[in-house]
Design a protein around this ligand. Structure first.
Ligand SMILES: CC(C)(COP(=O)(O)OP(=O)(O)OC[C@H]1O[C@@H](n2cnc3c(N)ncnc32)[C@H](O)[C@@H]1OP(=O)(O)O)[C@@H](O)C(=O)NCCC(=O)NCCS
Length: 174
């Protein structure tokens, strides 16, 4: 499949030796293998939320970074069919040794620019109540958080993803 080229924001600086490309189905095992360690959740069922279909059908709106050590970062996102003006980030992860240098921000900025160019006016994402790091990250990027219930000081939508599966919803106007 011919993949769209990736244009970096003018002020973006990737870590030395890191290259960005579109993820392929062949990348799926490495990405799901990385999730438990990168999320700090050994044994988590989270990888089940990222089956190969995302790599089959949304590779052209997703991003993967790699360096000499292998997988460095990924953003799996897509543009909504049912809501044509809306794009959605399903997963984002950065290898722990590369964090805090703006890499996830760069992935999001590429996704924002591509979504805007495709006619989107909003980007959505969700995260779990305990994932304070993700909440801080999305707030830093200008996402508004929403929820209907207070869980230990975090507003989240009760049972959003099923019974007991409360989620903070994020939206950012482009
Ligand atoms: C969340 C995550 C993707 C951030 O990646 P990163 O490359 O370190 O983030 P960046 O360096 O681009 O940070 C962007 C902004 O978010 C803020 N931020 C990032 N991590 C943060 C943290 N742990 N606490 C507070 N703020 C944080 C940064 O301060 C920065 O703000 P600034 O640009 O205004 O200074 C990374 O920590 C990660 O992979 N976590 C595990 C997976 C995960 O939880 N993914 C999100 C849910 S799908």
């Amino acid at each position: 499949m011919l993949q769209p080229p990736i244009e970096l924001p003018a002020d973006a600086a990737l870590p030395p030796g890191l290259a960005l490309r579109r993820p392929l189905v062949a990348d799926h095992p490495a990405v799901v293998d990385a999730i438990p360690e990168w999320w700090g959740m050994p044994g988590t069922p989270l990888p089940l939320l990222l089956p190969p279909l995302f790599f089959q059908h949304f590779s052209d709106t997703s991003l993967l970074g790699e360096d000499a050590a292998g997988l460095a970062a990924f953003l799996i996102g897509f543009r909504s069919h049912a809501q044509p003006g809306v794009a959605y980030v399903h997963f984002v992860g950065v290898r722990p040794d590369l964090r805090g240098h703006g890499l996830a921000r760069t992935l999001y900025e590429v996704f924002f620019a591509e979504s805007r160019a495709a006619g989107c006016h909003r980007v959505d994402a969700i995260t779990g109540v305990p994932n304070r790091r993700s909440q801080a990250f999305h707030a830093s990027l200008g996402f508004a958080a929403s929820g209907d219930t207070d869980f230990d000081g975090v507003r989240a939508w009760r049972d959003y993803d099923g019974p007991g599966e409360h989620r903070v919803a994020f939206s950012k106007e482009l």
